[in-house]
Design a protein around this ligand. Structure first.
Ligand SMILES: [Zn+2]
Length: 65
């Protein structure tokens, strides 16, 4: 998986948070809950992670098709 090293909007480093984000999701937590927990407070950062998941799902659909 490829995630931008820094947020496009504010420059906050995101790479290490991305790993933690996925770990927490695997435990069954909601994306919103995890974003709050790891300190992704700005909408630019949150949309970066949330948008990345949407993109992966889209790619998965293409692979299946
Ligand atoms: Zn940001």
């Amino acid at each position: 998986m490829i995630i931008p090293i820094r947020c496009f909007g504010c420059g906050k480093p995101t790479a290490h948070l991305w790993e933690k984000y996925n770990e927490e999701l695997k435990k069954g937590k909601s994306p919103k809950e995890v974003l709050d927990k790891i300190g992704m407070e700005r909408y630019c950062c949150r949309s970066l992670f949330l948008g990345h998941i949407d993109l992966l799902e889209t790619i998965a659909k293409f692979k299946k098709g």
